[in-house]
Write a new protein. Sequence first.
Length: 382
Amino acid sequence: MRLNSYDDFSPLKEVILGSAVNYVERIHDLSFDMFISDNLTGARGYYASITDWYDGSSRAKRNEPHRLALKKRFLDELIEDIEGMAEVLESLSIKVLRPMSLDPRPKDVATPAWSAPITPPLNVRDNTLILGDEIIETPPTLRARYFETHFLKPIFMEYFTQGARWTTMPRPMMTDASFDPRNIDNAAPNIEVPLDPQASPYDVGPEIMIDGANCLRLGRDLIVNISNANHALACDWLERHLDGRFRVHRMHKLTQSHIDSVVIPLRPGTLLVRSEKVMEFLPEQLRRWDVIVSPVPDVSDYPQYDNDDPIPASPYIDLNLLSIDENTVLVNDACKTLIQVLEENRFTVVPLRHRHRRLFGGGFHCFTLDTVRTGGAEDYLS
């Protein structure tokens, strides 16, 4: 089919599902520490702060890259759960496309300014934004994911040959000076201030950086969460690039970055939100929609890990559900209270196992990139 995806809730026909194959290690560097944070109050105490992932002697060197091997058992279970997701999607008559797998031989991505281990294309939602018939590769916010969209190129090329537009936003240098830390005091209260950002001959100052998961797609409207200068520059680019085709709305400081575990449009006129506070940040037109407030997650809903296993994702990660259509949603089978709330609001819930969503920092929406839905450039905000 031809590329066509304007929203997150009209009937889904084709989707890219990520891969965790050969996911060996992750890196903690300045880009990781600037990215990871729980957002909005109410979820503190579920996991340690970033500083707890370093012992006292290494804390002073926190900005230096620190590699952490992933435990094979958790990775094997993650892969098993993803394959189960592929089977369920196909059983719902959805075409599932898969990216190229990461080569098993360890490799790093390197630029003139830094190097990092390559990570596989797991959370494919993050570095690509699909707007109608256009693929937009977004400028990465994590160094280890700099070339992640390369694993999707065979799929993108096929859509391109069928008539899709294909654009890549400017690629950042990503030196320490590229990241704007000013969100520390307003959007992300538990994020870590860089202790000693290092100067580089490649510094250009704050750069265009944003993830596709910062954005909420509603037909002809695009709502963009902005919490720092990097996001604001990216929104400038999107406004100029999309002028005349989409209306871009700025939403300030809702979260530190991604919004797809905070506000989820389930159908026209209905939102699922993390808390009622979310509504204060939304465009005025969305505040008139019906709201389903998520139950507060119970820590017992999640696997518990040893202290040396960093937990990047918020305990609200299970709001990161995938809509099959305006009445059907894919939800983690461990989240019983959320399933009950959705069913009480007349949604058909397809429960699906995903054990290590907090450990690997992604839910069903993160793992997927919907490329064909039946919806069009509707005006949902008038």
